[in-house]
Each structure stands twice: as structure tokens, then as C-alpha cells.
Design a protein around this ligand. Structure first.
Ligand code: F0G
Length: 464
């Protein structure tokens, strides 16, 4: 018998209360936080979908393993268990622990990238882009055309535009020190990359002697999408598919706060011993000794277990289904969103949700505020506040105004998802009354984290 209901494949052993607030309390909280959800105390949030990064629940096996944490400065047992887990999954022999993903990026790009270089990616995540630019390089996004269309239903919208990559490699000999592919493509909507596409990348890179690195944060979710969407992979173990993806690459950077199933941690893993040695010098300089890299022994233990748990079929089925289930309910209610939904998150399309709010009044930001005001849900704007300001100080709105609802791993149940659907549908019903916002003050870079905003026209949601 195959049952229709896909359950959370765990039972709950420890609980953390979440706090209901009234709309009036949330209205006051928003004003006190200067209409910036990053400035909101978490205790005022009912369902927190700000990010899936470091916000997941640990399993009882992870907690048990943490008790074995060996806190020796050098050569800790925990390091070897961590190393064996990463080696077993990726096949990369040189493994450098880091405190999170961006530290691995900084070490890799700090070693490989020099001013004037170009680093192509399907789509760079903010920290990846910033770390390339910090070295004086250019971070180039080369997604396939369908990846830029919010309503295209291409099954692998995270794919790299191989023809464009071939041109970049051809036209810039000696200036491309590394090519990255992000699985899944977070900034492009949490969309997967197919194995076929991935295999095409090293075929091009090798011709030019350029290494390929995966930004592997969500490698397990990507493997699940390959299994369920790419011909020829149905029923295959996710670990086997993931390994085929890693086999295409020369190394990876990893934020283990995602598919490592831990609250903190990351790593850089690679094949080339000479590059590994150079990266190790930077690791010791800025993160810590090679056998802990800025992490506690117990963090390495939790990660070793998490990397295996994330590849369980029942976990991945539940994980991907949770987001798809929310998407189905919202689509049935006519809510505009990026399709198909991503693995870790669903992205609302604010340009179609609030067509009356001009981009100069930050529609995605206003929508994220309305979701909080009406239902206590925290999401994140991926739009003009995050990306609109150019280095010269001018404003250039991005192509899309999105609100990301990102799901922490193993934290929320189906009734939480039902509640989220109800709130989004309610906000959709009053969409015409939602007004835009204006920036009161903001720092010149990464302004979304600390900017102060205010409703542009009286109340955020006008009374009828
Ligand atoms: N690469 C991708 C694709 C990411 O999504 C992130 C983090 C990083 C690298 C950096 O990793 O945070 O451990 O330093 N993404 C989080 C998010 C912050 O909310 O999507 P980190």
C-alpha cells in the first residue's frame, strides 16, 4: 500500500513554545523595529521563515553524538568522524572545516581570485558575490533564460547557461580562476540543477584548465529533485545521485547550516593537494587549526551525523513535499509566485501580488511587512531594498521583487504550513489595501539588514 499522506518522519521529543501576539502588538512591534523584520525580536514572531540557515532542529542522534565531542585543539576524534562523513559523501580528500559557508568562500576566493578575474556561477549568493568582489573580481551570473522567468515551469531552472559559459571561458583566457555552480540555486528561487547540465560544466572547464567548485549548501535537496524530475534517476538513492554531482567537480564550499542539518558550521573540500595546502594557510590564519577550523568538537560531531541524516529518503520526501504542498494551496487561491516552488523555500512574486505599488515603494518589502502584521509570519524581501542600490549610490530596481518563505529543517509541521497558507491567502484578499514603504535611513551596503523604513502613505494596510 502506498499512502497518500506524507508525514513528518519524526516524532517530537523537545518542544519550544511559540508566542501568539495580537495585531495591535505586532503593529507596535513593527514600528519599534523601524519596519525592518531583521530588527524584530524573535519572540515577537509566531512562524519564522526568515531563513533555513542554522535554524533547523537537531535529531536525538545528533545530540547524542555531541556528547562525544572531543575538544582537543589538534587531532580531535571529532575531526576524524567529521572528515570521514564529508569524504564518504563528496569523495573530496582534502577537507577544511570552517565556521560557516562564507568563511569557506573567503578562503577559496582569497587563494584563487585576483583583481580583474571573472568568476561565473549559475547565480551567486550574496556572500559568494561579495567575496569575489572583495578580491577585485567580477561575479558573473549565467543562469539559463528560463531561470529568469518567474512563471516558467522548467524542471531545472537552476541550470547554468552552458553556451554563455563557453563564451566567457573562450573570451577571457587566464582570467577565470574558478567556475562555481550553486545547488540548489538559492538566489534564483531555490531551483535545482540537473545532472546533465552539471556534467556539461566540467566538460567546458577542462578545456581551459579551470576548476569547477560546487556551492553545495543544499546538495541533498538538489539530489532529490534530480531523482524525481530527471529522466533515468527515479528511485535512485539520494547519496548516489549526490556523489555523481560531486564527481563532476574539483571541490565545494559548504554552508552546513543548510543541508548539514546543524546550527553552525561549514567546510571547504577539494581534490588538488597544492590548492588545499594554500587554502590551509589561510584557514589557520583566520579560522583556526586544521582539525577544528573555528568549530567546537561537538559541532563537528553534529555535522557528521547531520550529513548522513539529510540524505534519508523519507526526510527529503517530507522536506520537498512541505514546500510543494504550500505552493499548491497558494496557487489554488491565485497567489502569484515563482514556479515551480524551490526546495527550501517558496518565493512570492510581489510585482504581481501588489501591482499598484511601484518598485520605488518597495512592494516585496511591503508585502513581507503585511505578512507579519496580519499573521505574525516573518519572511525575507529579495527585491529592491536588498539589491536596488548600486555601488555609485543610484537606484536600479532588480527584475524581480520576491518575498522568500524559507523553511527551517524539521521544525514546523503540516498545521504550521496550513496556518501560513491561511495567512497568505488572507493577505492576498486585502492586497489592494497594502501601501508601499519608503527608506528613512540606510547604510550604503547590505542595507536590508539595518535600514529604517516607514509606510509611504499613512497606514501600511489602509482601512476599507
Ligand atoms: N551559498 C548559498 C547558496 C547560501 O544560501 C548561503 C547562505 C551561503 C552560501 C553562505 O553561507 O550563511 O553559512 O555563510 N544563505 C542563507 C540564506 C544566509 O538565508 O539563504 P553562510
Amino acid at each position: 500500500m502506498t499512502w497518500k499522506t506524507i508525514i513528518e518522519p519524526f516524532r517530537i521529543k523537545t518542544v519550544e513554545p511559540i508566542r501568539q501576539t495580537t495585531r495591535a502588538e505586532r503593529e507596535a512591534a513593527l514600528a519599534a523595529a523601524h519596519y525592518n523584520l531583521f530588527l524584530l525580536p524573535a519572540r515577537d514572531v509566531l512562524i519564522d521563515l526568515l531563513t533555513d540557515s542554522g535554524t533547523g532542529a537537531l535529531s536525538s542522534e545528533q545530540w547524542a553524538a555531541m556528547m562525544r565531542g572531543d575538544e582537543s585543539y589538534a587531532g580531535a576524534e571529532s575531526f576524524y568522524r567529521f572528515r570521514d562523513a564529508v569524504l564518504g559523501i563528496t569523495g573530496f580528500p582534502h577537507i577544511l572545516p570552517t565556521h560557516q559557508g562564507r568563511a569557506a568562500e573567503r578562503i577559496l576566493f582569497g587563494t584563487l581570485v585576483k583583481p580583474g578575474d571573472i568568476v561565473p556561477n549559475n547565480t551567486h549568493f550574496d556572500t559568494t558575490r561579495a567575496n569575489v568582489e572583495h578580491r577585485g573580481g567580477t561575479a558573473l551570473d549565467l543562469p539559463i533564460a528560463e531561470g529568469r522567468k518567474p512563471d516558467s515551469r522548467h524542471p531545472f531552472k537552476g541550470n547554468m547557461d552552458l553556451a554563455a559559459l563557453a563564451r566567457v571561458l573562450e573570451e577571457n583566457p587566464g582570467r577565470v580562476p574558478v567556475v562555481m555552480v550553486t545547488v540548489t540555486n538559492n538566489s534564483g528561487g531555490g531551483q535545482p540543477v540537473s545532472l546533465e547540465n552539471l556534467r556539461g560544466v566540467p566538460a567546458l572547464c577542462r578545456r581551459h584548465g579551470v576548476p569547477l567548485f560546487l556551492d553545495a549548501c543544499r546538495f541533498a535537496e538538489n539530489a532529490w529533485f534530480i531523482r524525481t524530475r530527471e529522466p533515468g534517476h527515479a528511485g535512485r538513492p539520494p547519496a548516489e545521485i549526490a556523489r555523481e554531482a560531486f564527481d563532476c567537480a574539483d571541490g565545494c564550499t559548504m554552508s552546513a547550516k543548510k543541508d548539514g542539518m546543524v546550527n553552525i558550521g561549514g567546510f571547504l573540500a577539494l581534490r588538488d593537494p597544492d590548492l588545499a595546502r594554500r587554502c590551509t594557510d589561510l584557514l589557520i590564519l583566520t579560522e583556526g587549526f586544521v582539525t577544528y577550523g573555528g568549530l567546537a568538537g561537538y559541532d563537528l560531531e553534529a555535522l557528521a551525523v547531520g550529513l548522513r541524516e539529510v540524505l534519508h529518503e523519507d526526510y527529503l520526501e517530507y522536506r520537498i513535499r512541505s514546500v510543494a504542498y504550500l505552493a499548491e494551496r497558494l496557487e489554488a487561491g491565485g497567489v502569484p509566485m515563482l514556479t515551480p516552488p524551490g526546495g527550501h523555500a517558496l518565493y512570492l512574486d510581489a510585482l504581481r501580488f501588489l501591482p499598484h505599488v511601484p518598485q520605488s515603494e518597495f512592494p516585496a518589502w511591503a508585502l513581507s511587512l503585511a505578512l507579519y502584521l496580519e499573521g505574525g509570519i516573518r519572511s525575507v524581501e529579495i527585491g529592491s531594498v536588498m539589491f536596488g542600490r548600486q555601488p555609485d549610490g543610484s537606484e536600479r530596481p532588480p527584475e524581480m521583487e520576491l518575498v522568500r518563505l524559507a523553511f527551517p529543517r524539521r521544525v514546523y509541521t503540516q498545521s504550521h504550513v496550513d496556518y501560513v497558507a491561511e495567512v497568505v491567502l488572507h493577505v492576498k484578499a486585502l492586497a489592494s489595501r497594502i501601501r508601499g514603504v519608503r527608506i528613512v535611513e540606510a547604510p550604503p551596503t547590505l542595507r536590508h539588514f539595518s535600514a529604517r523604513l516607514a509606510p509611504a502613505h499613512g497606514a501600511l494596510v489602509a482601512t476599507e
